[in-house]
Design a protein around this ligand. Structure first.
Ligand SMILES: Nc1ncnc2c1ncn2[C@@H]1O[C@H](COP(=O)(O)OP(=O)(O)OP(=O)(O)O)[C@@H](O)[C@H]1O
Ligand SMILES: C[C@@](O)(CCO)CC(=O)[O-]
Ligand SMILES: [Mg+2]
Length: 460
């Protein structure tokens, strides 16, 4: 089967309000980050399927002939884009050698890859040999939607390579986005990948990864919020590892144990999300006032306390909130919690010295951060022209023993503009995708672990 090579990328995300409640049908407000995951899919003639996942130090390959044995004899199509094929997942768990228990980092990534690869290409009964390389600016497992960006890239690349969706690139474009119909299909397959990794995802993460921008999300209904004000936000990573799947399951257990206590809390989180949306809309249609920011800050505090009640807080997140509050700033966890990342709201009048001192205080706690701009574009395809022939040290270091030493890749580059890598194609010189990361407020990475980030949306 002739497949089309492609390079795709998808953004990470931050949830302003509604994490965990959104799994149970409440409203969440989520924004895309300008930290992206990149995937390169190359056609090969090796009769093997290879994956290079340097961020999780995973480099594997399988014979196509062996993978073909996983296809149903009947020739029936595999996997329904709307439902996870439980029998296929069971077969793949056995094939990969994982028990029914909690999946580890490597197993989750491999299962999500094999599931989408087999389902998308099974229709043709011809499984192609290919190499997929993934590189991300997002820390894995930190609450910024790394699994969703990975799943969205897998879905977009497989659908494009198989010809299921056309390439959106024209001859004059280096980067392009798909139309609504194609993004809907990408999002649905990405959601299946998230279901393998998250267990019981709401779908908000893969929706933000697909469409980008700022979204109101409730039970699969996605509303792009076109007018929201400029907000400045600090992004902090406590670097405490945790599993979204485990945290989501823990909330469910607590709901089952104390329904009359937890259900009202989720209703209240829903009201927080809706009040925040209403406030942001007022701010965009009028001049933002100090009272608007007072409301946004109170909502952050209320939501953070609710997240502690449902059991997804962590002492490091408490420290983040205390340290920033001592400087008059309000913070909450973002994503699944239990460690990972938090966001801090900055007012327009917040003085630079206050930000610097807050950053220093948090840096002294050993926390980390990276720069990004919020409201980035969703999933994109990049042409090879977007790729420059230039060797880049980081990626080689990232690619493990066979390709250099694996490095600690959960930290962003040390300089302001960083090279995002692309994709190995040894032994030919390998291309990289160089992207300047632009940040509203920059400090040298080595001095300050935080950069204030402007939530610059389409509004004022
Ligand atoms: N760059 C990557 N390469 C390979 N696998 C990845 C990559 N990024 C994420 N993953 C997969 O996603 C898993 C992390 O998903 P998880 O949902 O726990 O964290 P998250 O998505 O970063 O946080 P949240 O869901 O709270 O936003 C990893 O264990 C790995 O299996
Ligand atoms: C915790 C959660 O609400 C957000 C994780 O980023 C899980 C989900 O919505 O799938
Ligand atoms: Mg995730």
């Amino acid at each position: 089967m002739q497949i089309k090579e492609c390079i795709v990328s998808a953004p990470g995300k931050a949830i302003l309000h509604g994490e965990h409640a959104v799994v149970h049908g409440k409203v969440a407000l989520a924004v895309s980050l300008n930290l992206r995951t990149y995937l390169r899919l190359q056609a090969t003639s090796t009769s093997k399927v290879c994956i290079n996942l340097p961020n999780i130090n995973t480099f594997l390959s399988w014979d196509v002939a062996v993978l073909k044995q996983l296809l149903p004899d009947s020739g029936a199509e595999l996997g329904n884009v709307n439902e996870l094929d439980a029998e296929l997942v069971r077969m793949l768990r056995k094939f990969v050698g994982v028990s029914n228990g909690t999946l580890d980092t490597r197993s989750m990534a491999i299962l999500a890859f094999l599931y989408i690869y087999l389902c998308v290409f099974a229709k043709s009964r011809e499984l192609p040999s290919l190499t997929v390389s993934v590189w991300s600016e997002l820390p894995t497992g930190a609450g910024l939607g790394s699994s969703a960006a990975y799943s969205v890239c897998l879905a977009a690349a497989m659908l494009s390579a198989s010809g299921t969706i056309p390439s959106p690139l024209s001859d004059q474009e280096n980067t392009a986005r798909w139309g609504e119909v194609e993004m809907e299909l990408i999002n649905r397959w990405a959601f299946q990948g998230e279901r393998i990794i998250h267990g019981n995802p709401s779908g908000v993460d893969n929706a933000v990864g697909t469409w980008g921008g700022i979204l109101r999300y409730r039970s699969g209904k996605i509303t792009a919020l076109s007018r929201v004000p400029m907000l400045r936000i600090l992004l902090t990573n406590t670097k405490v590892p945790r599993s979204t799947k485990v945290l989501v399951a823990g909330v469910k257990d607590k709901m089952n144990k104390f329904p009359s206590i937890i259900n009202p809390v989720l209703e209240s989180v829903d009201a927080v999300s809706c009040t925040c949306e209403q406030t942001l809309t007022e701010m965009a249609s009028d001049t933002p006032t100090p009272e608007h920011y007072n409301v946004l800050e109170e909502l952050i505090d209320i939501n953070q306390h609710h997240l502690n009640v449902i059991g997804v807080g962590h002492t490091t997140l408490d420290t983040l909130c205390q340290v920033t509050l001592a400087r008059g700033l309000h913070s909450k966890l973002t994503g699944a919690g239990g460690g990972g990342c938090g966001i801090t709201l900055l007012r327009p009048e917040t003085e630079c010295s206050v930000i610097q001192n807050t950053i220093q205080d948090l840096r002294d706690c050993g926390y980390d951060c990276w720069e990004t701009r919020i409201g980035a574009a969703g999933v994109q395809q990049h042409s090879p022209l977007a790729v420059k022939e230039q060797q880049c040290h980081d990626f080689r270091q990232a690619c493990g023993p066979s390709l250099g030493q694996a490095a600690d890749l959960h930290r962003p580059p040390h300089d302001i503009s960083f090279k995002v890598l692309g994709f190995l194609s040894l032994p030919r010189a390998w291309p990289i995708l160089t992207l300047q990361a632009h940040t509203a407020v920059l400090q040298s990475y080595g001095a300050a672990r935080h950069h204030s980030v402007s939530l610059s949306m389409w509004g004022t």
